[in-house]
Design a protein. Structure first.
Length: 202
């Protein structure tokens, strides 16, 4: 009876006795490896997708920067050709046009309006900033509250991001920031805005 039972309990594989407990142990080990590998895989995938989106954004921003520079140069040339009298009377209109031309625009990346790139070197964070805070936008990157101020404007510029999800790491490492760390934002014409961390709540 013992012989028959032992024959059912194991199989011979390349000269080794493989029991059911051995098979279960191997399966559990493989499952554990997969579970441990999933976060690393998702982070690599997140970084790859984020870098692709940022590269697309920066290519479009290069074009915007050239167009903006050409537009400003053309306006300067026109301003120089006018006499003082016409320059004073039309100064208000000229300033209004300049303000309109410098209003924040967006670059469409993956069906969402990207308005900048946020970079925090201290925690190796770099993501696109999109206009809005919908679930779709926050699954792609960082969202800008539309009712808050824009980069460099007076008032508060409020950004939102998940603290780690299947879609990306995002703001998961924000608690690691320290006073004095820099937050750099680049807009659609490659103008940069540098902020400094004063207080970071753990």
């Amino acid at each position: 009876m013992r012989k028959r039972k032992s024959e059912k309990d194991y199989r011979i594989w390349k000269g080794y006795q493989v029991t059911k407990s051995h098979i279960c142990a191997v399966l559990l080990l493989l499952i554990g490896i997969v579970i441990m590998a999933v976060p690393a895989f998702l982070e690599v995938h997140d970084i790859t997708q984020s870098n692709r989106r940022i590269e697309e954004f920066m290519k479009a921003a290069d074009i915007n920067e050239e167009l903006h520079a050409a537009e400003m140069e053309e306006k300067e040339k026109k301003a120089k050709t006018k006499n003082r009298k016409s320059d004073k009377t039309k100064k208000g209109k000229t300033d209004e046009k300049n303000e309109d031309s410098e209003k924040m625009e967006s670059i469409v990346i993956d069906d969402a309006n990207a308005i900048g790139v946020i970079s925090i070197p201290a925690i190796k964070l770099q993501y696109l900033v999109y206009e809005g805070t919908s679930d779709y936008i926050l699954s792609k990157g960082i969202g800008h509250y539309e009712t808050s101020g824009m980069f460099g404007e007076e008032g508060n510029c409020v950004l939102a991001g998940h603290t780690g999800s299947y879609d990306g790491v995002f703001f998961d490492r924000l608690p690691d920031l320290q006073s004095g760390n820099q937050i750099i934002i680049t807009d659609v014409i490659k103008k940069t805005y540098t902020y400094s961390v004063e207080i970071c709540y753990k």
